[in-house]
Design a protein around this ligand. Structure first.
Ligand SMILES: [Zn+2]
Length: 67
């Protein structure tokens, strides 16, 4: 599950929350002041998590003799 970082626009509090995909579109309330006026920030954890386990196996994309 992705970890998202949010920032409250009311008190400027930043907080992180792990959300399911079904909840990804919902903005969680601020844990500090309870305001729902929050915005999603780009998660640093998601950016770091990339594809470091690169397995360079067979390349399927070579050739391509189809018309
Ligand atoms: Zn707040």
């Amino acid at each position: 599950m992705p970890l998202y970082e949010y920032q409250c626009k009311n008190c400027n509090e930043s907080f992180e929350k792990i959300v399911r995909f079904s909840e990804a579109e919902q903005l969680p309330p601020c844990p500090n002041c309870g305001s729902t006026d929050t915005r999603k920030k780009i998660s640093a954890a998601a950016a770091l998590g990339g594809s470091s386990s690169g397995s360079t196996g067979g390349g399927c994309g070579s050739g391509g003799g189809f018309t």
